[in-house]
Design a protein around this ligand. Sequence first.
Ligand code: BES
Ligand code: MN
Ligand code: ZN
Length: 492
Amino acid sequence: MDILKYSGRTDEWKGSAALLLLREEDCAALPDLPGAEAVRELAERKDFLGRKGTSLRVPLFGAGIRNLYLMGLGKAEDCSAALVRDTLAWGLRLAGRQRSESVLVPLDHLKDAFKDSGLSLSAVLGEAAGLCSYVFDKYKEKKEDEHEPFALKEVVSCSLEEEEARQGQTFAEAQIAARALANEPGCAISPAGLAESAVALAGELGLDCEVWDEERLKQERMGALLAVGSGSVNPPRLIHLTWKPGGTAKKKIVLVGKGITFDSGGLNIKPSSFMTTMKGDKSGACAVIGILQGAAKLGLDVEVHGLLAAAENMPSGSSYRPDDIVRARNGKTIEIDNTDAEGRLVLADALCLASELKPDVIIDMATLTGACSVALGKWRAGLFTRDDALADALLSSSRRRGEAFWRMPAEDEHIEESLKSPFADMVNSGPRYGGAIFATIFLSRFVEKGIPWAHLDIAGVDFMDKEWGVYSRGASGFGVRTCLDYLKGLSA
Ligand code: BES
Ligand code: MN
Ligand code: ZN
């Protein structure tokens, strides 16, 4: 998708559609915009009043713009960057599916539309334009039975800040890279396949990439990751991606991603309705890959390490079992209470490794617990950290990029008690209540004390049942833009 600055001279733009985002107040006193006549009349007739969630396609006759897409933003006082981003993506998707190849997007009248984010309109447009066209349809022969082929190639705007728009697009591309990987089914991406994707990306962008196979994992004492992977014919991998900036890095950050390429539950097998969408259990790892792509493309002045703990959780004669006792890289032993609590096990070894890199901050991303999505719903992810400064920084990035995170407790003395095992240093699963907090406390035992650490539980938000705003159906890439924004903040 090209995003171009438009001079305003009609002979320089051959497109045929304009996308107008309007607040209710805009409809009453319309600024000088393409199609203003029509909008004024529609407002007088009360056919379009800028109400939030409403939209109207207005065919115009004569030369120039053939279709005007009116999208309501609602009341000016309720307008936010997130709403503008979602509405832009929705409108561009609509126009693109109705054969528009080039869309004009006036922004001038929205200059003060939101002050909540510290993000420019151009950056938001870049994100929306980058995100609107993605659908996971590579396995469909007849792509047009759900919607017409997507025609949009170009977005133009008079008041565009081009560098901002380009950065917004880079954020979007990072998220789409994560979605594209996470959408691949278990039969297409094994742990080794995920490693191949990481190696390919590293080659393209000049990142370092090291992959540990099962032999190496044994030598490296990654007993928890090996246990989880033992039931599958597709052996586990530890993938280490590194982005190093040219000059001296301002900070060193390690991102850890849960990369379960399919989670059947293992011997504690999931009921069938819980097993579908579990190809998405690698979403944390895919997000980390996307973030590294973004960091490299933006040329951030931050050293970023991505550690992906990849395994397939399957039941078989070689599976790890309930009652097994496994030893993690830091020497601690774990009694397996439930083989479906596998994410925390693969993360345990990866967090040990992350700590050994002596970074300034560790962030892990994982579709870790159903309990987290029960608590927060499918549109909000959990942020667990004991570090207030890190929480504030991540929450402000989350607001800026319109990905909702909610801070959750990262300690609890009563839940801590339930980690006790009679036979090992801890158990891997506990009582039903507070399951997401239990998992966080479990993880904390593998992070070296003193290193600020945040755990992002993206279970539930990783997979969208329907298309909405910037999201297409399927993998969401949730968290990619938030974390990339955080890294960009450290680099500034
Ligand atoms: N991958 C799941 C969590 C999950 C659930 C992700 C729903 C996305 C949507 C995880 O490995 C899991 O199975 N967790 C168990 C933990 C339990 C056995 C302690 C859960 O949440 O039920
Ligand atoms: Mn599981
Ligand atoms: Zn899982």
